[in-house]
Write a protein that binds this ligand. Structure first.
Ligand code: SF4
Length: 90
């Protein structure tokens, strides 16, 4: 399934409920503020751009777990094209 087809409210709800689980030990890298995960599936109302090409979160210190832990697993990582995180094969 193409990544765009995975960008659904169902996937968002699943990410929300499973966000209490740990982040995969295979995750490597870091957030490079591309902002792609802040648009899954709709553009977050707390998203902010200051024009330098980076995206900022207006509620960053209190952002919800599903944002805090994204991408938690390889299967939920649908922004791999631009994301600074990747997963090593186990
Ligand atoms: S998609 Fe990855 S790099 Fe981009 S904002 Fe989300 S976590 Fe950060």
């Amino acid at each position: 399934m193409a990544d765009q087809e995975k960008n659904t409210w169902g996937a968002r709800i699943k990410r929300t409920f499973t966000s209490v689980l740990p982040v995969s030990a295979q995750r490597r890298g870091q957030c490079i503020q591309c902002g792609a995960c802040c648009k899954l599936p709709n553009v977050c109302p707390f998203l902010k751009s200051n024009g330098d090409g980076h995206i900022y979160c207006r509620i960053y210190p209190i952002r919800p777990l599903n944002c805090r832990k994204y991408p938690r697993t390889p299967s939920e990582h649908i922004t791999a094209d631009t994301c600074g995180f990747h997963f090593e094969d186990s």
